[in-house]
Design a protein around this ligand. Structure first.
Ligand code: ADP
Ligand code: NI
Length: 217
């Protein structure tokens, strides 16, 4: 199968698997991440086949929906890519990226060994920021039956993946526990620029949220 056919079949597979998903991990999230990752990848001179396949498959079996199992994603991606007879070297690179892409807690390092992984991680993180990021955070929080906000629950800075995974905090706290930390953790300078605008937008949203909460506006 040539590269175009592999991508086309993978798009169909992911679209069929994730369409209609209601927690922000739907096909349109993947489509935005794929477009951003390819754009960053072109700018940075990355291997675009690896970038596009990793972006397309990065949420095919996310640990958040598989009892915290970090290997579920790479396993599902490998099974799919092998069924498309993708060469072993590419499968290994894509699976390595999918296994490392996720945020795992404020104090947990999530290093990306390759340029291809770095642009996919940046694109996935950019889609957690800004107006789209705000929408996704509340969609996911509602799905997990998290409160929107509670002044009685302080944000935490998680020092292990288990603590982050098992936390049941509010969605407003999620901004402090993850989303507001991401702009400073981008791997590429192009992503850092985009992250900056999205980060400012979230900060003004939070300001307004708290001012309405207090009845000040
Ligand atoms: P990652 O793999 O880094 O978690 P994803 O593509 O899976 O990235 O998307 C994470 C999305 O899920 C973000 O938009 C984020 O806001 C949302 N999310 C994750 N954990 C929470 C949480 N505890 N509360 C609210 N939203 C969350
Ligand atoms: Ni994602």
């Amino acid at each position: 199968m040539d590269q175009t056919a592999i991508i086309e079949r993978t798009v169909e597979f992911v679209r069929d698997s994730l369409s209609g998903e209601a927690t922000g991990h739907d096909w349109w999230h993947v489509d935005r991440v794929r477009a951003l990752a390819c754009r960053l990848g072109r700018e940075e001179g990355a291997d675009l086949l690896v970038v596009e396949l990793a972006a397309l498959l990065h949420d095919i079996a996310d640990w958040k929906f598989h009892q915290g199992d970090l290997e579920a994603g790479p396993r599902a991606a490998a099974a799919w890519l092998e069924s498309c007879q993708v060469e072993a070297g590419v499968v290994a690179q894509v699976c390595e990226i999918i296994g490392s892409v996720s945020f795992k807690g404020a104090q947990v390092a999530t290093p990306m060994a390759t340029l291809e992984g770095q642009v996919v991680q940046d694109a996935d993180r950019l889609d957690a920021l800004g107006a789209v990021g705000i929408a996704r955070a509340f969609a996911y929080g509602g799905h997990r039956q998290r409160e929107i906000h509670s002044p009685d629950v302080a944000p935490e800075s998680h020092d292990s993946f288990a603590a982050y995974r098992d936390s049941n905090s509010t969605t407003i706290n999620h901004f402090h526990e993850k989303l507001l930390l991401l702009a400073d953790r981008m791997n590429t300078s192009a992503a850092r620029r985009l992250a900056h605008g999205r980060d400012s937008y979230m900060r003004s949203f939070l300001k307004r949220f708290h001012s309405e909460w207090e009845g000040e506006s």
